[in-house]
Write a protein that binds this ligand. Structure first.
Ligand SMILES: CCCCC/C=C\C/C=C\CC/C=C/CC(=O)SCCNC(=O)CCNC(=O)[C@H](O)C(C)(C)COP(=O)(O)OP(=O)(O)OC[C@H]1O[C@@H](n2cnc3c(N)ncnc32)[C@H](O)[C@@H]1OP(=O)(O)O
Length: 302
């Protein structure tokens, strides 16, 4: 009950950006982000933010064990942290990564989309939309340091970034695998993939629910770089330096030029998109597919 109320409060904060998330780790300093003494940490329980003001760079680390599923709380805390960084002129770039070993993100939290009320589905879907819009159009340089497996919503998060570095580990596959769950990637997930890899590759990947291992991911362009696992963070920092060498206003306007038409398609019909999601996710057949998939995941251990 407390969790539900907490989630609603957090979700309401999305609509009230002046109502700030309390600094869960206020003013902690240390070498955690590899930046030496100047590194400061803030954020929330599930979304850690390590900042290096001298470099103008922050690192957002998702920490929702065991699999970094994107629960309503994670989505909300992520948006608030991102907004906080964007409103602070100190920061020009952010690296998005995971604090859960071997898992970047398992994608949207299936338990948020299964066996819940219509009101809950609507609240959840609005939060998914919000994070996508904020990340996709962020003024910051956003680089994904993908240090684990990254299916569906996890892949979507990285696709919203400006650049993707993936750790070279055969277990770390990435892709929009929705069809394997018996569900369908919404049009704006599809658009984000098409804008990254092109129409034909996206069509094949989406219909087959392909999860690409690193070499394949690089070949089709769903990631930009594959590096040894222990170099993901340093590679992301090097890429960041290159992107930050471009004057902000020119890069930001160009990013907007490239991405706004795609984002506008959702912005113009957000409520309709929520209704569409509600109708789709509430179908008995879809709920059954999700339950079966979740049961399979749970039984894997037993
Ligand atoms: C024309 C009509 C169009 C209409 C379109 C309209 C609307 C669109 C409608 C719906 C679209 C919705 C979009 C959804 C996108 C998504 O992101 S769905 C999520 C997809 N994710 C996955 O498939 C990944 C599933 N997970 C895994 O494969 C593995 O867990 C893993 C990530 C590879 C990790 O494996 P590992 O062995 O380490 O861990 P476990 O599998 O044992 O899992 C531990 C624990 O975590 C639970 N869990 C795993 N993933 C999720 C998840 N995504 N959500 C919630 N919970 C998850 C798992 O069940 C285990 O739980 P436990 O047994 O209780 O400990």
């Amino acid at each position: 009950m407390a969790l539900m109320v907490g989630a609603r409060v957090l979700a309401r904060n999305l609509l009230r950006p002046w109502s700030r998330l309390p600094d869960a780790v206020p003013g902690r300093t240390g070498p955690a982000a590899g930046g030496g003494d100047g590194v400061r940490c803030f954020g929330s329980p599930r979304v850690l933010v390590e900042t290096d003001p001298a470099k103008g760079v922050a690192v957002i680390k998702l920490k929702n064990p065991p699999v970094n599923s994107l629960s309503l709380e994670v989505l909300t805390e992520f948006v608030i942290s991102l907004e906080k960084l964007e409103n602070d002129k100190t920061f020009r770039g952010v690296i998005v990564t995971s604090d859960c070993p071997g898992i970047f993100s398992a994608g949207l939290d299936l338990t948020e989309m299964c066996g819940k009320s219509q009101a809950h589905y609507a609240e959840y879907w609005r939060a998914v939309q919000e994070l996508w819009l904020r990340l996709y159009l962020s003024n910051l340089v956003v680089i994904a340091a993908i240090n684990g497996v990254s299916p569906a919503g996890g892949c979507l998060i990285s696709l919203t970034c400006d650049y993707r570095v993936l750790a070279d580990n055969p277990k770390y596959s990435i892709g929009l695998n929705e069809t394997l769950l018996g569900i369908v990637a919404p049009s704006w997930f599809k658009d984000t993939l098409v804008n990254t890899v092109g129409h034909r590759t996206a069509e094949r990947a989406l219909q087959l629910g392909l999860l690409f291992p690193p070499a394949e991911a690089l070949r089709v362009g769903i990631v930009d770089q594959v590096v040894p696992e222990d170099q993901v963070h340093s590679a992301a920092l090097s890429v960041m330096a290159r992107w930050l060498a471009i004057p902000d206003h020119a890069r930001q306007l160009t990013k907007n030029l490239m991405r706004k038409p795609t984002a506008d398609r959702l912005v113009k019909q957000r409520d309709a998109d929520i209704q569409y999601f509600l109708q789709f996710i509430s179908r008995d057949s879809i709920q059954k597919s999700l339950r079966v998939y979740l049961d399979k995941l749970r039984q894997k251990k037993g």
